[in-house]
Design a protein around this ligand. Structure first.
Ligand SMILES: [Zn+2]
Length: 388
């Protein structure tokens, strides 16, 4: 086969950009425009990956639409919900303290996961849902669940949605490809794809852009991720590693609770809309220091003068906390739950408040009581975790 040069790839992609821009100009419906826009956004993200080493100038269309987009509504949403986010994140921090979470226990043991097992686990897990949307995208995916590009990603995985090609690309960090975390990351990204399939299935393509502006962005992905860890545990897959994965999930939740709490304490400057916030309120950060001391835990927690991403901190905090609560509802009645969960996924982008969880039977009061989180953490600490 003839060698393809980078210049040729760049030229191909630039032509594709031009074609999509042309089609966008001609598209006569909003939903056609949105499919084209989502595709060009995904291409743009792929091209900007460092590991690909492509030198492509971002499309004019993307720049223009980003400027016009309502992305910054997200900050209004967070500001509107600032009090409840502050309360919830503090409750989560205090729950770890109240139950004496064993921060310094060593869960290092990792299992080796052969390639054949990876796809198998994914199939077995998703088939256990008996869910028509999952069946649909499993069929679509065939054997090609994911593409791997590189081992030097700054993140664990990403999902690229290319609606005009009817394709999702899941991009995973191959630094983890020998162990279970790799499969967990694939499941997480498929959780994002599940949500997108629902929007398409309901003809709600316009929600695709809107849902990015709410802090429920990581809910579907985190739900499938946490439920998968429980699925492994219940079926005794990779028992050596399971405690490690639970611990990782819980520590992520705690870390993001600390970040969210610090953001809420410092307050979001409405004038200076930006992705980041600087934790430069010394008095408020004193309060955060006291919480760390009470836990006697400091790893990867926010410090005075740190710069935090408002978007990431809040979406991963809400995602992790809700995943644990949603899993508990799911486990009681999987089939009933999935129906309600789909309704939630279609509805929440319109409201962007915690009330939209009522359809899955979760109330703000219940979240603030921390009942479910406490139960799950206690189960984790007290069980020998081969089976529970
Ligand atoms: Zn995600």
């Amino acid at each position: 086969m003839e060698e393809i040069t980078y210049e040729e790839i760049e030229k191909e992609i630039e032509d594709l950009y031009k074609k999509i821009e042309y089609l966008y100009g001609k598209a006569n419906t909003k939903s056609k425009q949105r499919r084209l826009f989502s595709t060009i956004c995904a291409l743009d993200k792929i091209c900007s990956e460092d590991c690909l080493d492509l030198n492509i100038v971002s499309s004019h269309l993307i720049k223009k639409l980003y400027m016009e987009s309502k992305f910054f509504d997200y900050y209004d949403d967070v500001n509107y919900n600032l009090e409840i986010l502050k309360e919830l994140s503090l409750v989560v921090i205090n729950t770890f303290k109240d139950i004496n979470y064993p921060f310094y226990k060593n869960y290092k043991s990792r299992d080796y996961v052969p390639d054949s097992d990876k796809n198998n686990l994914i199939y077995t897990y998703f088939n256990s849902f008996n869910d028509q949307i999952i069946d649909k995208f499993i069929k679509k995916a065939g054997d090609n669940y994911y593409l791997e590009f590189s081992s030097d990603l700054a993140f664990e995985g990403a999902l690229y949605n290319l609606p005009i090609f009817k394709k999702y690309i899941i991009h995973l960090n191959t630094a983890n490809d020998q162990n279970l975390f790799y499969v967990i990351s694939a499941i997480h990204e498929m959780g994002h794809a599940y949500e997108k399939e629902i929007f398409y299935g309901n003809g709600e393509v316009n929600l695709l852009d809107m849902y990015k502006e709410t802090f429920f962005y990581e809910v579907s992905s985190s739900f499938f991720e946490y439920t998968f860890i429980n699925f492994l545990n219940e079926n005794n897959y990779y028992p050596k590693e399971i405690k490690y994965e639970y611990n990782l999930f819980y520590l992520e939740l705690l870390k993001n609770a600390f970040k969210t709490y610090s953001i809420c304490l410092n307050g979001i400057d409405e004038v200076n809309n930006s992705y980041y916030i600087k934790l430069d309120n010394k008095d408020k950060m004193e309060e955060v220091e006291k919480l760390k001391e009470a836990l006697n835990y400091y790893e990867k927690l926010p410090n005075y003068n740190d710069k935090l991403s408002i978007l990431d901190s809040v979406i991963y905090f809400v995602g992790g906390l809700l995943a644990i609560n949603l899993y508990n509802k799911y486990k009681d009645n999987p089939k009933e739950f999935m129906k309600k969960f789909r309704t939630f996924l279609v509805n929440y982008p319109r409201s962007g408040v915690f009330d939209s969880l009522e359809v899955v039977g979760i109330t703000k009061e219940e979240l603030l009581s921390s009942k479910v989180l406490k139960k799950e953490l206690n189960k984790f600490i007290n069980s020998s975790y081969i089976k529970r």
